[in-house]
Structure formats: C-alpha cells, structure tokens
Design a protein. Structure first.
Length: 186
C-alpha cells in the first residue's frame, strides 16, 4: 500500500522496536506526544541540532546532555529511555528519522494518515479544519493529522503532500509556470 511506512534500515528497526514496546505497554499516545515534543525542541534549537548530529560529542556527553534536556522538558517514561539508549548506542544522528517512522507506524495502527502542508503564512483554525475535512473525505481515513509548515517563499496558496501524492497550488509555482510559458512564446 502507498500509505504504509517503509520500515527498513537502522532507523526503521529502532522505531519498530519502540512501537512494539509502546503498543505492549499501551502507551502509544504518550510516547508519540513525548517524541513530538522532543522533535520540536530539536527543530527550534541549533545547539540541540548540533548535539544530535555532531560526531564530535562522545556517547557519554550526548547521553548526559540529553538527560538534562529531557528532564527540563518533562519528557519521561518510555520515550526518555528510548532516547537514552539511542544516545548510548551512538545513533542520535538518526533520531529524526526514527521519530518519523514511529509516527507512521502509530498512524497506520490508528487508521490515521499524515499530510504535510506548506503555507505562506499561518492558517486560521477554521481553514485548517476545512483542509483536514477535505483530506479525510479524499483519503477515506478516519483521521488526518496535519504537519503544517510555514514557508513565506511560496508567496501564497499551499502545497499538500499526502503519501506519495503532492498537490502544489502555491503562487510561486503558478508564477513560474507563467514565466516558462512566456519564454516559450518569445
């Protein structure tokens, strides 16, 4: 199926192990919420990105720094243990991919699907709900999770990526199409 996550490689093995353990402990939602919080922390902090991706730090340094960050962010339980093991095994550089695969496994288990939406400016809640409803009817899924990213360079409109399908209704793409058509006329 096109919507099924591809679970291969090192990140897939780690994510699958975490998924099976969380499923067994009936803690899928709390683990997903903790990993989402950690992922957002990494996204927002250049220093944390450097800690996660740089091979300069030892496993011990990564593990200690990570423990302090997780405690301050109030991320505990299975997610914290998982992240600690990932750091200990020197696999922290791939944690973003592990989190994405874990999310996909949980979404498949719950009958959800994820859509990546890129907009030029933040959308009001009513527009997000309308977009979500339209995607739910198009996919016949019981729930669609939106990952909204703001990118002012698209000028206006939106880009929606759902599984292997992508709809680019951005103003930037439309202007580039007109520009290309104008060049062909000359």
């Amino acid at each position: 199926m096109a919507d099924e996550p591809i679970v291969s490689g090192m990140a897939g093995r780690y994510a699958t192990a975490l998924y099976e353990l969380a499923l067994e402990q009936k803690s899928l939602d709390s683990v997903r919420a903790d990993l989402d919080r950690f992922d957002a922390l990494v996204e927002d902090s250049k220093d944390l990105q450097r800690l996660v991706k740089s091979p300069v730090f030892t496993a011990e340094e990564q593990k200690n720094a990570l423990a302090a960050i997780l405690e301050k962010a109030e991320i505990g339980g299975l997610a914290a243990k998982f992240l600690g093991i990932v750091a200990e095994k020197r696999r922290l550089f791939a944690v973003g991919q592990m989190i994405r695969v874990f999310r996909a496994l949980v979404a498949r288990h719950k009958g959800e699907t994820r859509a990546e939406v890129t907009v030029a400016e933040p959308l009001p809640e009513n527009h997000l709900n309308a977009l979500k409803a339209a995607l739910m009817s198009a996919t016949l899924k019981k729930d669609v999770m939106l990952d909204v990213r703001v990118d002012p360079t698209i000028i206006g409109g939106l880009i929606v990526k759902l599984g292997s399908r992508m709809v680019d209704a951005s103003l930037k793409t439309k202007l580039n199409s007109i520009k290309l058509a104008m060049k062909e006329v000359q």
